[in-house]
Each structure stands twice: as C-alpha cells, then as structure tokens.
Design a protein around this ligand. Structure first.
Ligand code: CDP
Ligand code: CDP
Length: 224
C-alpha cells in the first residue's frame, strides 16, 4: 500500500474538491474517494434511524455499519439511490456535526483507506493529507473565497433542480468552515508540504491542470 500513489485534495465546502478530484482521477486512471460522502451518509442514516446527532456512540455504530455502495456515478444506501439526497445543505450541515466526533471518524477510517488500490487514488475531504493518507505523494489544499463558493454551490443546486437561497448558503458555508476548521479532531488546516491552490479566479480546467502539473513534477522527481 506504501507504493500506491495517493493525491490528497482537502479544502472547505464548495471549493471544487469533488469536481477537480474526479477529473484528475479520470485523467490518470486512478480510483476516486469522496470521503465527505461517507460523513453525509452516516448523518443521513442516523437521521433516518431517529438517532440524535449528539449521541456519539450510536452515531459511531451507524457509521461502522453503513450499507453503502459507490457504483459509477451513483451512491446507494441500503439499496436506495441517495446520490442527490445527500447533497442537500441540511445533510452537509448534519455531516459536519457528526464528523466532529472521534468515534465516528475512527469508524470510517479503514473504509476510506480501503480505496487505496493500484494504480492510484485521488481522495477529497478535510483530512485526506493529514490523517487518512499522511504518506500521500501530493497534497493540495483547494480553496476560494466564501462568496465564490456560495455562488458555485447555488448554481450547482439550481442545476439539480434543488431549492437554494444564496444568503443562506453563504451563512451555512461560513458556519461549516468555522466548525470544520476549529474542531479538536482532524481539523481542516493547511498543513506543511501541502500546496495551496486558490481557485477564486480559476475555472475547473485550470484547477485540474494545476493539480496534474504538480503531480507530473513530483512523479518526474521520484523517477530520477
Ligand atoms: O462538498 P462539501 O465540501 O460541502 O462537503 P463534503 O466534503 O461532502 O463534507 C461534508 C462534511 O463532512 C464536511 O463539512 C466535514 O465536516 C465532514 N468531512 C470531514 O470531516 N472529513 C472529511 N474527510 C470529509 C468530510
Ligand atoms: O467538492 P466541493 O464541495 O469542494 O466542490 P464541488 O462540488 O466539486 O464544486 C462546487 C461547484 O463549483 C461545482 O458545480 C463545480 O463545477 C463548481 N466549480 C467551479 O465553478 N469552478 C471551479 N474552479 C471549481 C468548481
């Protein structure tokens, strides 16, 4: 597992992690891990079972026993297609509460590491470079201003036909940024050796190219 290249892409909500990570993975023929989806799924499964979002032990049991399948572009929970359901801000906010509990994070750790398979992995989240894949060959911190991110999320939800309000989205994003960055376990932080990539004025293709360039530079050095 040590020799399998991992590209870790961490950053705040709606910075473009998922889109960029998926495209980089497709370009390199690597596997892709959407770690945030696991926290969203744990939150959704807990809410559906009537578990309180502050019952750490019960939440960790749900997280440990998630019956989830990542199939191509579809995510299935207990055999139901929840691909769009988990993208709501309600689910994102609940995920961020659930994700602050150490037992929940521990319950999801091995499931995330199992995605690291030949020929390589691109993983996105908050702690891919710091906790889950500390030996990642490339670590990127993707960000953009909160206003830009709220606008991107608004457009994305509208395109999916989902309800959204830009002022509420901006507030949610700010609250989630604060919670994810200030928690005591696995906070979202720009770690040493991590490349900062601000996409406020970059489109998706430019962001993808930057990551591919960084990876090409690192791979070239490694093969000398
Ligand atoms: O797409 P977006 O960035 O809005 O959210 P996400 O990546 O799907 O993650 C949802 C929530 O899960 C985040 O706000 C984090 O609190 C949590 N999360 C985490 O703690 N660690 C990860 N590796 C990924 C997500
Ligand atoms: O995974 P994360 O929450 O960080 O973001 P995402 O879901 O990949 O991206 C949020 C939205 O921003 C998507 O609709 C992307 O197409 C868009 N985006 C953009 O317009 N420009 C970028 N440089 C990156 C993402």
């Amino acid at each position: 597992i040590q020799d399998i290249p991992v590209i870790a892409i961490d950053g705040p909500s709606a910075s473009g992690k998922g889109t960029v990570a998926q495209r980089v993975a497709a370009k390199l023929g690597f596997h892709y891990l959407d770690s945030g989806a696991l926290y969203r799924l744990a939150a959704l499964a807990a809410m559906r079972s009537g578990i309180e979002l502050k019952d750490e032990h019960a939440l960790s049991e749900v997280a440990a026993h998630l019956n989830v399948v990542f199939a191509d572009a579809e995510i299935r929970l207990d055999n139901e297609n929840v691909t769009d359901v988990i993208r709501s801000e309600e689910c994102g906010n609940a995920a961020s509460r659930v994700a602050a509990y150490p037992l929940v994070r521990a319950a999801l750790l091995e499931r995330q590491r199992a995605f690291c398979q030949i020929p390589g992995l691109v993983a996105d989240g908050r702690d891919m470079g710091s906790v889950v894949f500390p030996a990642a060959i490339l670590k990127v911190f993707l960000t953009a201003t909160a206003e830009t991110r709220a606008q991107r999320r608004y457009k994305q939800l509208m395109e999916k036909g989902m309800d959204a309000n830009i002022a509420t989205l901006l507030q949610d994003i700010r609250e989630r940024d604060a919670r994810d960055s200030n928690r005591s376990i696995a906070p979202l932080q720009l770690g040493a050796g991590t490349h900062l990539l601000d996409t406020t004025s970059l489109d998706i293709n430019q962001a993808v190219d930057r990551v591919l360039c960084l990876y090409a530079e690192i791979s070239a050095k490694g093969s000398i």
